[in-house]
Ligand binder design. Sequence first.
Ligand code: ADP
Ligand code: MG
Length: 342
Amino acid sequence: MSGALLETRSLSRVFWQRRLGRPVQVRAVSDVNLTLGSSGGEVLSVVGESGSGKSTLARLILGLDRPSAGNVFYRGEDVARFVGAKRRQFRREVQAVFQDPYAIFNPFYTVDRVLAQPLRRFHLASSLHEAQQRMEDSLRAVDLRPRDVLGRYPHQLSGGERQRVMLARLHLLRPQLVIADEPVSMIDAALRTMFLNILLDFRDAGMSCLFITHNLETSYYLGGNALVLYQGRVVERAPIDRILHAPKHPYTQMLVSSIPVPDPKKRWKTSLPESAIESGETVGSAGCPFLVRCPYAMEVCRRQDPPMMSVGDGQEAACFLLADRGGVRGSMAPMCKAEESG
Ligand SMILES: Nc1ncnc2c1ncn2[C@@H]1O[C@H](COP(=O)(O)OP(=O)(O)O)[C@@H](O)[C@H]1O
Ligand SMILES: [Mg+2]
């Protein structure tokens, strides 16, 4: 068994949905392999558009949903088999942070209770005094003044304060791993930076993080490695620096080129590039999932699902364009740049 902190192997989750009255199968997560090492302080970003399977992946890892196939291993053990003390330990060591903390706060619980609960549940303080002390320390660690927030209810806090209370909870629990599902997408820019800085402090203290986002810039800020999800599949993985500056998969290139440029002379792109293969074509299970949107689509892309191909420097992508180059370090021309106008 590997020494990884977290590992998923061929993780898949299929849902049945009704479309136009007919049941259709949706592969929300398809054959995902990811690893976070055991040395601590590692960041792995999962980047993808809305609907690409990010939250489903998070829920599978947290044990909140069961995979249709494949496994999640935490410290080499299958999460699905955790019961009793093991399960409790996993619940303590692996914490989730979600987009809207309001949704997971009990509206009838004060902040004190939100923070005291895990202390009690996991026996983290030996006296009431110690519990109080630790709560106050954790609130200060995230720049909240204890007397400003203790005793208040979730609705009496701003969105940013609620998100910081979640961070204070992490500070209290000192998890080994945080699964953060779009934690900063609903807060303003200043607060986002603060939130990310606190995550970086926690990382420096040894906490690892699976950071889920649709925003490449936030994962760039956090550093580490990233994988790009498209329709539940990993289409590219690399250090985030390479994802941003030398993307290999046409989909990743599209994501990078759609990062808004703060230049009033340049229009932000909203439309998707036309595919070389007639758009609107439905993709059989055999072909590349990106086929209909890909401007480089080739005949082989119809017939076969491209496997991951390494381009060196810890980067790999699932695209036949790389096979044409023998899977070696070649770089494709960036596909679409912000349109010039004026
Ligand atoms: N409980 C569910 N039942 C049916 N379909 C679901 C369910 N949860 C997610 N899906 C589908 O799985 C796909 C991925 O969803 P999700 O993981 O929420 O994506 P993301 O978080 O990247 O926006 C979507 O097509 C979504 O409609
Ligand atoms: Mg989501």
